[in-house]
Ligand binder design. Structure first.
Ligand SMILES: Nc1nc2c(c(=O)[nH]1)N[C@H]1C(S)=C(S)[C@@H](COP(=O)(O)OP(=O)(O)OC[C@H]3O[C@@H](n4cnc5c(=O)[nH]c(N)nc54)[C@H](O)[C@@H]3O)O[C@H]1N2
Ligand SMILES: Nc1nc2c(c(=O)[nH]1)N[C@H]1C(S)=C(S)[C@@H](COP(=O)(O)OP(=O)(O)OC[C@H]3O[C@@H](n4cnc5c(=O)[nH]c(N)nc54)[C@H](O)[C@@H]3O)O[C@H]1N2
Ligand SMILES: [Mo]
Length: 641
């Protein structure tokens, strides 16, 4: 707990829990239940996500809960739901990719971000769409290098070519889809030369890509954050889904569309009710039947459940404002580094009356907190996670947790009873929580009711939906073979058109910055910056920049640059990369302090998903006048208070 002189100092659990509960009750009494917010994470187990959502809605009574997955796959989720009626990263087993002939990867650097997936991509010819020549692009048969934020124009152009060059599957369009005509009316004017002017991808390369994808026997289109993290991320993903539908790929064995998920539980994290608008089982919180079902499982009246709250960035942006939460509980995220416009987010966090962080490392957000709960980490606990193909996996305890450390479930339980909740409403055993989650998900889109720890422990591979049945249901490795999840069984084309990114480069900020990941670090770096080997591999913030662009700005290899946008500046070491576009610089977002890429990123949000525009903002670069730099975190810092 933070002491009077401002340090974080050790205390005992009862004091910490009593203090937090008392403060929460005070804040609720003066500001109402929405005076307290909750911020979750896609790294939490299914059990934690579920209990966190329940804790927010019942113990706190707040609508103000969202999570870092809003920054991650939310655009693909909206587009997938609209097109197919269900949002599951891959609607087929990942091993299907191993038999593919051609795979288009739009904005995904799998070689660095999902190395274990690469072995499934070995056989296929890859078409990589990325402004950078990444490690993944190096292995590709074809690399298209659009300007950041222009993929939607590219997707429209590829659809245009698919139609005019006669690659569409007419029977499939008639029998399995709806809405093609309206979509085509938009794509009609996106002839390849016009697309070339906006994206920089040559018309001939566009034609070659469509030819390769369409003429293969087994082909897939996959999207990653590069296509999704935009203020038009939903429309961009829809653009790629339109292309896949026109070619007749989804809903057939041996071809398809999929979104690559992110965090360990990126898929499960978006199903069990830690999202602002969601209840367990991928139910929507504004749907009266969904509310009734979940309220029944929870033993409360559906009237007592709050409605939808703010999306992640909107929630952070509202902290400490007259209408926003005065207290925030963070479980599984480090927004001081990973949220867009991070300088502003840190200001908002410091305006709170109470910041509580549960973590197992002293993250930058934890170091701002009034109270830090030291919790168990993955090898120290039981639970389940759901992977990108919708398969539920067991997490098993393999080492004992240190003394004085409690699980997230225990923390939620201990707080809930202090807030007046019945003890049995917040179980601490993961198996018990999972059994309740099964009931809450029954009949929902993501139906887990037929999945049990016993079945998983006996080695069964179970993909949701897996309803409870007299004969154990085998789960659903492949979705959509008989029909899509809309009532009429047809997939929907989306009527999308191109628009610019929220910021266009101009006189003051002439370049585009895009952000992403490197192999050696994970996310905000809270965990990986503590590992000496990883720090050696990627020690400090850097900027990839084309030699000509650097030269014009007076920058040389290895010097320090200031990167500035309309929101702020960050400092990074210059790395000259001859294969990069001359209008674009790349910044990894793994570093703290002055090296935070998110000091410059834009909080422009996609209107449908709430996804921030991490992948493009306008910047200028210049030599850094004074070597202001934070010392890299020491790996040996004591992890727990
Ligand atoms: N090593 C490592 N692995 C990770 C993570 C990590 O932090 N480190 N994080 C995990 C998580 S949570 C996630 S979400 C995944 C993310 O996995 P990816 O989606 O592969 O990761 P990113 O590096 O964010 O973005 C992918 C690529 O998009 C490109 N890009 C940027 N702007 C654009 C654009 O406008 N259009 C296109 N087409 N491409 C663009 C970038 O150059 C980058 O190479 O990785 C997961 N795996
Ligand atoms: N500029 C830019 N910013 C980005 C992105 C980008 O591409 N560019 N990508 C975005 C994406 S896709 C994502 S997913 C976010 C991720 O960004 P963050 O949400 O900040 O993710 P992490 O750095 O993994 O932080 C997770 C924190 O939770 C802790 N933690 C992990 N597991 C548990 C647990 O079980 N319980 C508890 N209590 N704590 C736990 C970790 O120790 C760590 O401190 O960043 C987003 N920010
Ligand atoms: Mo992510």
């Amino acid at each position: 707990m933070r002491t009077k002189d401002g340090r974080l100092a050790p205390t005992d659990w009862n004091t910490a829990l009593d203090t937090v509960a008392a403060r929460l009750l005070e804040i609720r009494a003066s500001h109402g239940p929405d005076g307290v917010g909750v911020f979750g994470g896609g790294g939490l187990t299914n059990e934690k996500c579920y209990l966190l959502g329940k804790f927010a809605r019942l113990a706190l009574g707040t609508s103000q809960i969202d999570y870092n997955g809003r920054f991650c796959m939310s655009s693909a989720a909206v587009a997938g739901n609209a097109a197919f009626g269900i949002d599951r990263g891959l609607p087929f087993p990942v091993t299907d990719l191993g038999k593919a002939d051609v795979i288009m990867l739009a904005g995904a650097n799998v070689a660095e971000t999902m190395p274990p997936l690469m072995r499934h991509l070995d056989r296929a010819d890859l078409i990589v769409i990325d402004p950078r020549r990444t490690a993944t692009a190096e292995r590709a048969a074809m690399h298209l290098r659009p300007a950041p934020g222009t993929d939607l124009a590219l997707a429209l152009g590829l659809l245009h070519i698919a139609v005019t060059d006669g690659w569409c599957d007419g029977d499939y369009l008639r029998e399995r889809t709806k809405g093609f005509d309206a979509t085509w009316r938009r794509a009609m004017s996106w002839w390849p030369e016009r697309v070339e002017r906006i994206t920089g991808v040559a018309a001939s390369a566009q034609r070659a890509a469509v030819h390769m994808l369409a003429s293969a026997r087994r082909s897939y289109v996959l999207t990653g954050r590069g296509a999704e993290q935009h203020s038009k991320g939903v429309d961009t993903v829809s653009g790629f889904i339109n292309l896949a539908l026109a070619l007749g790929l989804p809903g057939r064995v041996g071809s398809g569309y999929g979104c690559l998920t992110g965090q360990g539980n990126g898929q499960g994290g978006r199903e069990h009710g830690q999202k602002a608008d969601q209840l367990p089982g991928y139910r929507m919180i504004n749907d009266p039947l969904a509310r009734e079902h979940v309220a029944n499982v929870w033993g409360v009246s559906s009237d007592s459940l709050p409605g939808a709250g703010r999306s992640a960035y909107e929630l952070l942006d509202a902290l400490g404002t007259p209408t926003g939460p005065k207290a925030l509980l963070v479980f599984g995220s480090n927004p001081a580094v990973s949220a867009p416009h991070a300088g502003h987010v840190v200001d908002r966090l410091s305006c709170l009356d109470l910041l509580v962080v549960a973590d197992f490392v002293p993250s930058e957000t934890a170091s701002m907190a009034d109270v830090v709960f030291p919790v168990t980490q993955w090898a120290e606990e039981e639970g389940t996670m759901t992977n990108l193909e919708g398969r539920v996996l067991r997490r098993r305890r393999i080492v004992p947790a240190p003394d004085q450390v409690r699980s997230d479930l225990e923390v939620l339980h201990s707080l809930a009873i202090r807030l007046g909740q019945p003890a049995d409403r917040f179980p601490t055993s993961p198996r018990e929580v999972f059994d309740e989650l099964r009931r809450a998900s029954r009949g929902g889109k993501a139906d887990y009711s037929g999945i049990s720890y016993d079945r998983l422990d006996s080695g069964e591979a179970l993909h949701w939906p897996c309803p409870e049945a007299a004969e154990p249901h085998p789960g659903t490795p492949r979705l959509f073979l008989d029909g899509f999840a809309h009532p009429d069984g047809r997939a929907r084309f989306a009527e999308v058109d191109y628009r610019d990114s929220a910021e266009v480069a101009g006189e003051d900020y002439p370049l585009y910055a895009t952000t992403g990941r490197v192999l050696a670090h994970y996310q905000s770096g809270a965990q990986t910056r503590r590992v000496a080997e990883l720090n050696r591999a990627a020690a400090e913030p850097f900027m990839e920049v084309h030699p000509d662009t650097a030269h014009r700005a007076g920058l040389r290899e290895g010097t320090l640059a200031t990167v500035s946008s309309a929101r702020g500046s960050m400092v990074a070491r210059v790395r000259l990369v001859g294969t990069l576009r001359t209008d674009t610089v790349f910044l990894p977002f793994h570093f703290p302090g002055h090296g935070r890429a998110n000091l410059v990123t834009s909080p422009a949000l996609d209107p449908l998903s709430g996804m921030p525009e991490f992948k493009v903002c306008a910047v200028r670069i210049a030599p850094c006048p004074t070597p202001v730099r934070d010392s890299p975190e020491r790996p040996a810092v004591a992890a727990r208070t």
